[in-house]
Ligand binder design. Structure first.
Ligand SMILES: Cc1cc2nc3c(=O)[nH]c(=O)nc-3n(C[C@H](O)[C@H](O)[C@H](O)COP(=O)(O)O)c2cc1C
Length: 179
């Protein structure tokens, strides 16, 4: 199989760009699911709130998540090589707030929910909409973030079953409503 990467080594020219503010304002209109990404291993449990998560392929089952390199969990996720992506439902704003708050210790963050160990050892939220337990396949640094491509080894539906998803839109929490 041939991998086509074009244009290879592209460097964005200064005159062909938008400001970070314009980019962020645009991204505020892109709805995304709210998740808590967790890891565990020799450095203990760590986690952070992430909305930059998306499906890559179902064969093999693959997800990607973008992690800011300044996020405290970043080095531990890469060293452990495993992560769980816990998709939140409406009413779980407190978990999203806990895992995005720099002032909260990891112990305080994890105390906001009930967890069990996934197959990889990463913490899986008992009451998630769904949790994807993953091993890291590839990483690539782009700008301020590391793009992590992860192989899904297990997917578990939470105890509550299907209900409204927690969505980040227009810089605030929303919930999904069937049309
Ligand atoms: C709704 C929401 C979505 C977020 N999505 C991401 C994301 O996809 N990637 C990321 O690196 N940070 C994301 N963040 C920010 C991190 O959760 C936050 O910067 C980080 O946990 C800060 O604390 P820490 O470095 O002490 O863990 C998001 C925050 C919120 C509230």
């Amino acid at each position: 199989m041939t991998n086509i990467v074009a244009p290879f080594g592209y460097t964005p020219p200064d005159e062909e760009t938008v400001s970070a503010d314009i980019f962020r304002n645009g991204m505020a209109a892109l709805s995304s699911a709210v998740t808590v990404v967790t890891t565990d291993g020799p450095h203990g449990p760590h986690g952070f709130t992430a909305s930059a998560v998306c499906s890559v392929s179902d064969t093999p089952p693959t997800l990607l998540v973008c992690v800011n390199r300044s996020t405290s969990a970043h080095p531990y996720i890469l060293e452990h090589g495993v992560l769980a992506i816990n998709v939140l439902h409406e009413g779980q704003d407190h978990l999203s707030n806990a895992f995005s708050s720099r002032s909260r210790s990891m112990a305080e963050r994890f105390a906001a929910g009930k967890w069990h160990k996934g197959l990889t050892g990463a913490p899986v939220l008992d009451d998630a909409l769904v949790s994807f337990d993953c091993r890291i396949r590839e990483i690539r640094d782009v700008g301020t973030h590391t793009v992590i491509i992860a192989h899904v080894v297990d997917a578990t539906m939470g105890e509550a079953g299907i209900r409204s998803g927690l969505v980040w839109f227009n810089r605030q929490y929303n919930q999904t409503i069937p049309k």
